[in-house]
Design a binder for this molecule. Structure first.
Ligand code: UD1
Ligand code: CA
Length: 454
């Protein structure tokens, strides 16, 4: 059986007061549309189509971050959710079952999709709507039942006062038997308070409908305003904490901590306040992350300490200590046992095992061996204003304080550079390179100097 998914992402979302389409507004720094696509991907549809419309180029640009089976359909005018689904007719016709999802309801999940499909198949209905009972149903389509039988969805603006009281609402997620949907779509009218083609009218048109009430009412939550978006963020933030704690992650307090939904963290790792961990970051066991650390798209091993660290797109192996006040920029690999101290910046470099970069140092485009010691204030001059060059440092080298390494340059194994040296040529293994003039002593200097001035 071919199972497809159509995600609606064509609306503008005026009340969000954004220059971007609403579906790109973020929950835990990930667009709402991304949450929906990820849920659909994790369910495992044969095909997923996204209907774009308002500022389609921005939505399509975001979709570029996904690889694989995502097709897009363009809705030229935002004539309603029914009209949006019509654009994906080609996809629908090739399927047996079609799931329609709203791109602005980020908490739909694969488990709910699985259970609702099972329900749909058992019920023998041509359309099944995923519903939930919520305290404040305002703004949502209400589930209308006659003698217990689900017959229609009534939009807020079209509700009678009695219907207005109904707390079971439409999540905006549905299962259709594809032929029934193909048959109903051309019969939709704009005969309603908004003058739009409502997808929800398919329930009455198809007739043979069932409702699946989700165990998890959060799946209906959407955001129309910034206030709604904040509420979703707070809810998502707590959900992430709950899941992490179930998996053995520790918090002393969650104050100022934000962790993205796709972040993975191992047991006995402690996250300290004001720490933000985002993207596809993975952190191992027994680490201490924070306080005040900002980690994005990193792979961090076990027993790592990051104290006041900003790290982006970097790999940190086991038993590394970094901070306070250090930055790892993209393309950096820090090998096992390395120590990185305060005011150190490392970019696009590979730092070998047990190397120490203790203070005030910049390493860019460098390949550093094992057991290297950097004194305070070392700099790789990796950029001549036009091109960038690499610096290579062999195992167990000793880079004296305030050494400038003018790339491209190579320091051999076990070599030493004298403090204050500017190294422009290769340093052979086991040698000392000093580039420094003799200290001149001028006696009575201060006295003479002051006398002259007077
Ligand atoms: C819709 C449902 C409502 C349900 C609610 C759940 C209808 C008529 N109503 O209302 O029953 O309770 O979702 O969140 O379907 N979109 C398009 N093209 C359009 C219009 C909308 O692609 O022309 C997209 C939007 O980008 C959005 C989704 O469809 O992702 C839902 O549209 P929205 O206008 O937010 O519908 P609601 O009023 O929330
Ligand atoms: Ca909505």
């Amino acid at each position: 059986m071919a199972i497809g998914c159509v995600i609606l992402a064509g609306g503008e979302g005026k009340r969000m007061m954004s220059e971007r389409p609403k579906v790109l507004c973020e929950v835990l720094k990930k667009p709402m549309l991304g949450w929906v696509i990820d849920a659909a991907r994790s369910f495992g549809f044969d095909e997923i189509g996204v209907v774009t419309g308002y500022k389609r180029e921005l939505v399509e640009e975001y979709l570029q971050t996904y690889s694989g089976n995502l097709s897009t359909f363009y809705q030229e005018k935002q004539l309603g959710t029914g009209d949006a689904v019509k654009q994906a007719l080609e996809l629908i016709k090739g399927m047996d079952r079609v799931c329609v999802l709203n791109g602005d309801a980020p908490f739909i999940d694969a488990d709910t999709l699985r259970k609702s499909l099972e329900h749909h198949e058992k019920s023998g209905a041509d359309v099944s709507v995923i519903t939930a009972e919520i305290e404040n149903p305002k703004g949502y389509g209400r589930i209308i039942r006659e003698n217990g039988r689900f017959t229609a969805i009534r939009e807020q603006k079209d509700c009678s006062p009695i219907e207005d009281e109904i707390c079971e609402v439409n999540s905006g997620a549905y299962w259709f038997n594809a032929p029934a949907l193909v048959n109903a779509l051309p019969r939709l009218t704009t005969n309603n308070a908004n003058g739009e083609f409502y997808l929800t009218d398919c329930v009455e048109l198809i007739g043979n409908a069932s409702a699946y009430t989700s165990e998890n009412p959060d799946i209906v939550l959407g955001a129309n305003t910034r206030r709604d978006l904040l509420a979703l963020n707070e809810k998502a933030r707590q959900k992430v904490f709950d899941k992490l704690m179930e998996n053995g992650v520790s918090f002393i307090t969650t104050d100022g901590i934000i962790i993205g939904a796709d972040v993975k963290i191992g047991v006995d790792t402690l996250i300290l306040p004001n720490t933000i961990i985002l993207g596809k970051t993975t952190i191992g066991k027994g680490c201490e992350i924070g306080a005040n650390s900002f980690v994005t798209d990193c792979t961090i091993g076990d027993n790592v300490t990051l104290n006041n660290v900003k790290a982006t797109d970097a790999v940190v192996e086991d038993s590394v200590k970094i901070g306070p006040f250090a930055q790892l920029r993209p393309g950096t690999v820090i090998r096992r046992g390395v120590k990185i101290g305060d005011f150190v910046e490392i970019k696009n470099s590979d730092i070998g095992e047990n190397t120490s970069v203790a203070h005030l140092t910049y390493l860019g485009d460098s390949d550093v061996g094992r057991g290297v010691n950097f004194g305070c204030g070392c700099v790789t001059a990796n950029y001549d204003g036009i091109n960038k060059f690499r610096t290579e440092i062999g195992d167990n080298a000793f880079i004296g304080c305030n050494t400038n390494l003018i790339a491209p340059v190579k320091v051999g194994e076990n070599a030493t550079t004298g403090a204050g040296s500017t190294i422009t040529t290769a340093v052979p293994p086991n040698s000392l390179a000093v580039e420094r003039s003799q200290t001149r002593i001028i006696e009575n200097w201060q006295k003479n100097f002051k006398r002259k001035k007077r």
